[in-house]
Ligand binder design. Structure first.
Ligand code: NAI
Ligand code: MG
Length: 365
């Protein structure tokens, strides 16, 4: 397989390039020490692409993304480009990638590292050992449904409209990912909607149930209303293994779950598309955080979210589970020694830079 694994790195702007540099070092380490080779290409996206190429994502970069086994994305956005029109802003580059690669499933793990159990806003007893995966539908639902718009009613009133639409196929393909993930983890899926007040939610529940009965009877399935799930996430998050939900509820519940872990600088994510004829899924991996313009260029950013995003790529796109485990274990061990970037700084710990954090993780390997 050597030489056949391809990665496209899109560092972006802000802290994106600073954290992506550390990813390169892990890729080099795998080649040197484990004999695992990748063909690595790099491209511009976001503010970096606007400055150099005039658009947030060129067609040529998009084609490279389509051809790669996996895309690693840093972060984009910042005040420098805020005055540009919606389609020309850095974020438009990411939205175009998601749409063109048809990345319909967004995986957001919320995992609490033992050493950071005090960083959560909840009591350590509630979050210790927490490991929840939220699977959010990303390309359908109310953010995309028609009709939509703002209508002038002519009597001094206006009407804003968005429509939630889901089809059987859209529900099945994202639920399938949740069931398959659960089989590799705690074997439990909780499907979340508001089927009590929304027909699209009722359909969601019926279709997830039907798919479960037909193909995934070995996985434990439960259903929860979105408001109840929001409460349960802060009351007893340990009850969840995999949560699967629509675009809107997933947007909110994944941010809520993320905060249980204490730091945005620690959280990776994956966005997956449909499998092709060879079973290969298009995939993009990125940290949950943005470009952090307030700390960009100062060697302060936490590189862990970006490194763990590579870890998810190793697992999901390349079946390199041992290498992903080693990376996660090295992160655990380094945190246990008390080394902290400023975002996860705690009393009595040692503050370090982006590069020192990454150096230490690499040495730990
Ligand atoms: P942000 O995630 O960039 O920053 C929020 C806060 O967390 C800041 O104080 C920042 O310094 C800190 N932070 C973020 N990542 C960190 C890291 N790795 N290490 C240490 N501290 C970290 O979100 P914000 O400030 O709302 O947005 C800044 C820009 O990023 C905006 O232009 C926004 O549109 C864009 N953005 C881009 C995303 C992406 O590329 N996927 C996602 C979210 C925001
Ligand atoms: Mg959000």
């Amino acid at each position: 397989m050597a030489g056949t694994r391809s990665l496209l790195l899109l560092p972006g702007d802000g802290i994106g390039p600073e954290v992506m540099r550390q990813v390169r070092r892990y890729i080099d380490w795998m080649a040197r020490k484990r004999g695992i080779e990748f063909t690595v290409e790099e491209g511009l996206v976001g503010g970096a692409a606007i400055d150099a190429q005039g658009v947030p994502l060129t067609d040529a970069t998009l084609e490279k993304a389509k051809a790669a086994d996996a895309v690693l994305f840093g972060a984009v956005g910042g005040p420098k480009w805020d005055g540009l029109g919606f389609d020309m802003r850095p974020e438009a580059g990411l939205l175009r990638l998601r749409k063109e690669l048809d990345l319909f499933a967004n995986l957001r793990p919320a995992k609490v590292f033992d050493a950071l159990v005090d960083a959560s806003s909840l009591k350590p007893d509630i979050v210790r050992g927490l490991d929840v995966m939220i699977v959010r539908e990303l390309t359908g639902g109310i953010y995309f449904g028609e009709p939509r718009g703002i209508e002038d009613l002519g009597n001094g009133q206006r009407r804003g409209v968005n429509t939630q639409v889901y089809t059987t196929a859209e529900i099945h393909r994202v639920a399938r990912i949740a069931f398959e993930l659960a089989r590799k983890r705690g074997n439990k899926v909780c499907s979340v909607e508001k089927g009590n007040v929304m027909e699209s939610g009722l359909l969601w529940r019926q279709e997830v149930t039907a798919l479960h009965r037909a193909e995934y009877g070995d996985v434990e399935l439960s259903h929860m209303l979105a408001d109840a799930c929001s409460m349960q996430l802060v009351r007893n998050p340990g009850q969840f293994d995999v949560i699967v939900t629509d675009n809107l509820f997933g947007d909110m519940l994944s941010d809520e779950a993320a905060m249980l872990t204490g730091s945005i600088g620690m959280l990776p994510s994956a966005s997956l598309g449909a499998p092709d004829a060879d079973g290969r899924r298009r995939a993009l991996y990125e940290p949950v955080h943005g470009s952090a313009p307030d700390i960009a260029g100062r060697d302060m950013a936490n590189p862990i979210a970006m490194l763990l995003s590579l870890g998810m790529a190793l697992r999901w796109s390349f079946d390199l589970h041992a290498e992903a485990d080693m990376l996660e274990q090295a992160v655990q061990n380094v945190l246990r020694t008390g080394m902290r970037t400023s975002d996860i700084m705690q009393p009595g710990m040692a503050r370090c830079s982006t590069s020192v954090m990454a150096d230490t993780i690499l040495r730990e390997l």
